[in-house]
Write a protein that binds this ligand. Structure first.
Ligand SMILES: Cc1cc2nc3c(=O)[nH]c(=O)nc-3n(C[C@H](O)[C@H](O)[C@H](O)COP(=O)(O)O)c2cc1C
Length: 203
């Protein structure tokens, strides 16, 4: 059975476009693959704790040397890592905040940067250890970041490609929904909805 991890990162509720679209995709995908198991995590409303010095010390030392504080730090973090590693696919709804991803998503991803579990460092650089998975990112942006636009630099897609690539997850797709605070908003949403329905049959 396939397992999907569906994650939303918008701080907004009903007004969130990335939430609506990520759910649309999951609904379409489930219709075609009724046997799939979907795990859901709402980072926008239920943020994970930040990693800290104790966490860093813990992941760089053998478990038998861990203090009660280190054990406590990993108690919140290890289930996030195990959940991430346990699934086959990821669907993320990601708003653009400040030209990049929301802080809660960054905080979540920091829990996954685990040497020996998600990556290793070799002479040739960082090598990912997570294989055979694919990810879909549905991003929502107020402005226009399509090629040729002068709205600003997109630090969202390149960042997500880099960090997932560092984990070894290179089969990544993006449906970037631009212009959500501009006049083409409705057109952008309906184009994204059509693309997601098509992608659900091919992904
Ligand atoms: C705190 C904050 C920062 C934002 N920064 C940007 C930005 O840098 N570039 C942009 O195009 N839109 C920006 N926006 C607009 C959002 O990307 C847009 O409203 C999008 O629809 C949010 O996703 P959501 O609808 O899923 O909540 C920002 C919105 C908020 C609330």
């Amino acid at each position: 059975m396939q397992h999907i991890l569906h994650i939303d990162a918008s701080y907004s509720n009903e007004r969130s476009i990335s939430r609506v679209l990520s759910q649309d995709f999951i609904t379409a995908w489930k219709k075609l693959h009724p046997e799939v198991a979907v795990l859901y995590r709402d980072l926008g409303h239920f943020p994970v704790p930040y990693i800290n010095e104790t966490w860093i010390a813990a992941i760089h030392s053998p478990p038998e040397t861990h203090t009660p504080e280190m054990i406590e730090a990993l108690k919140a973090s290890n289930p996030l890592l195990e959940e991430f590693l346990s699934v086959d696919r990821y669907v993320f709804g990601v708003p653009m905040y400040g030209f990049t991803i929301p802080a809660t998503l960054k905080a979540y991803l920091e829990h996954l940067i685990r040497i020996g579990r998600t990556y290793e460092v070799t002479e040739a650089g960082v090598k990912g250890l997570v294989h055979g998975k694919k990810a879909l990112f549905i991003t929502s942006r107020g402005g226009d970041y399509s090629p040729g636009s002068t709205f600003g630099e997109d630090h969202q897609e390149p960042y997500l490609r880099t960090i997932f690539g560092s984990f070894g997850i290179k089969d990544v797709q993006f449906i970037n929904v631009n212009n959500l605070v501009l006049k083409d908003r409705e057109q952008s949403i309906s184009t994204a909805q059509a693309s997601l329905q098509t992608l659900a049959t091919q992904w």
